[in-house]
Write a protein that binds this ligand. Structure first.
Ligand code: AMP
Ligand code: MG
Length: 420
């Protein structure tokens, strides 16, 4: 597959405060896969992005077979009223078909998965029958074709089963195995280098200097990226030293497709990262009309995409999950896909500023009647990390909304939609 690098001005915008959908639309239109492809065994393919679609070369199931343990026979052999007594002619087991055809007026003992003997079309489960010596008594009212799994009823030969650009889930690998594919052509893992910036930051475990905070974002953001199947390199905490930053950025751009940082994604004089990226390539600022997380930087160093997330941990996570995620997956070869949200009644009342989209951290609760509601966490500050730990997902409030009453439907996006 052809891969192409990002163009120099692929992040140029020309607008001040941008609605989220516009930002996503621009990323969608301007980004394309930047990774090559490889063939891997099914066991290695979980979580990878499929590069070539898969068609079924054969029917699944490959033959009519018994859905239960019991007796197979021709429906025409049954008495129209009452029970039917049929002599037993043979046995078919899974992997051991009966070789002879079944004569009319007889039955074969069959086990789940066994090919239906030629001449039979219907199966009754063993629990609904009685044995009498070398014969079986079948109940009245059996429907023709009962308990038979037809050839091709799951997948018909020639139909597409997996599509290029989809991320492979366990059930997709099961399907690939069912049609006999030993491996799949997938995209190479997107290589993402991650660093944090800020002179106040210290590694967890290190002594905090006055005014210091531990680096929360690197372990959190790296874990999210790894959950997405990317190959993450840890560049550590980088000091506000322009020469050193340029050196690290230049080296990282040789071995990655994406460099992702948090902190300092604004135009203040303290933001040396911005200047270092600008000196090596190009950087554009995106002010997206969302809360939390407005300042975001996108740029390019050589052929590599630079993403500068805000420093506040909740804002960094929201921007990564909701803005960078579809973009990074697109670079990794996936089709553009935004998270699925679920409408749920709000268990809260609130007033909201218009003209920006808000992401609240919230949980699904049940009332006494078992109905589901979504409740927001009580402290929504963009530095309040407990708001993400204590909740199950994001409540996404559209731009135009200014007031939410109890019971209004709001969109809820579970973290499982975002983390994987
Ligand atoms: P900045 O975006 O650099 O202006 O940072 C905004 C806020 O986020 C400041 O309070 C920073 O201390 C904090 N912050 C920035 N980076 C991190 C990080 N990696 N871990 C925890 N807090 C951070
Ligand atoms: Mg900073």
């Amino acid at each position: 597959m052809m891969t192409k690098g990002p163009s120099d001005d692929c992040f140029a915008i020309g607008e001040d405060l941008m609605p989220l959908d516009k930002a996503l639309g621009l990323l969608r239109a301007r980004l394309a896969p930047v990774v090559g492809t490889e063939t891997v065994a099914l066991r290695e393919a979980a979580g990878r992005v499929l590069a070539a679609g898969l068609h079924a070369p054969r029917d699944v199931p490959g033959f009519d077979n018994a859905a239960v343990d019991g007796y197979a026979f021709a429906h025409a052999s049954l008495d129209t009223e009452g029970e039917t007594r049929l002599p037993l002619y043979g046995v078919a087991r899974a992997g051991a078909p009966m070789t002879a055809a079944l004569p009319r007026g007889t039955a074969a003992e069959v086990f789940t998965g066994a090919p239906i003997p030629e001449g039979a079309d219907t199966v009754v489960m063993i629990e609904d029958t009685r044995r009498e010596g070398h014969a079986v008594i079948l109940p009245p009212g059996v429907k023709p074709g009962a308990n038979v799994r037809r050839a091709g009823e799951d997948i018909m030969a020639g139909t597409p089963v997996l599509e290029a650009g989809q991320r492979l889930r366990p059930q997709d690998l099961g399907l690939a195995a069912a049609v006999g594919a030993p491996g799949l052509e997938v995209h190479e893992r997107l290589r993402v280098a991650v660093f944090s910036t800020g002179n106040e930051l210290a590694e967890p475990g290190d002594r905090l200097p006055p005014g210091g905070v531990h680096d929360v974002n690197r372990p959190m953001l790296s874990a999210i990226l790894e959950g997405w199947g990317f190959a993450v390199s840890d560049l550590g905490i980088l000091p506000d030293d322009p020469a050193r930053l340029r050196e690290v950025l230049a080296a990282a751009s040789e071995q990655h497709e994406v460099i992702l940082s948090s902190g300092g994604a604004s135009r203040s004089t303290e933001d040396h990262v911005v200047r270092a990226v600008g000196a090596l390539g190009r950087l554009d600022f995106w002010r997206i009309a969302i809360k939390p997380g407005r300042p975001l930087a996108f740029g390019r160093v050589g052929g590599v995409i630079f993403v500068g997330l805000p420093g506040n941990p909740v804002a960094a996570a929201v921007c990564l999950m909701r803005i960078a995620r579809p973009a990074l997956f697109r670079l990794a070869g996936a089709v553009w896909r935004e998270p699925v949200s679920y409408p749920l009644p709000a268990a809260f009342v609130m007033t909201k500023k218009p003209a920006r989209r808000e992401f609240l951290r919230g949980s699904v609760i049940r009332d006494n009647e078992g109905r589901a509601w979504v409740q927001r966490f009580d402290r929504q500050g963009s530095g309040v990390l407990t708001s993400m730990v204590a909740t199950a997902g994001l409540i996404e409030l559209p731009e135009a909304l200014t007031r939410i009453e109890r019971g209004d439907l709001v969109d809820f996006v579970p973290y499982c939609e975002l983390f994987f």
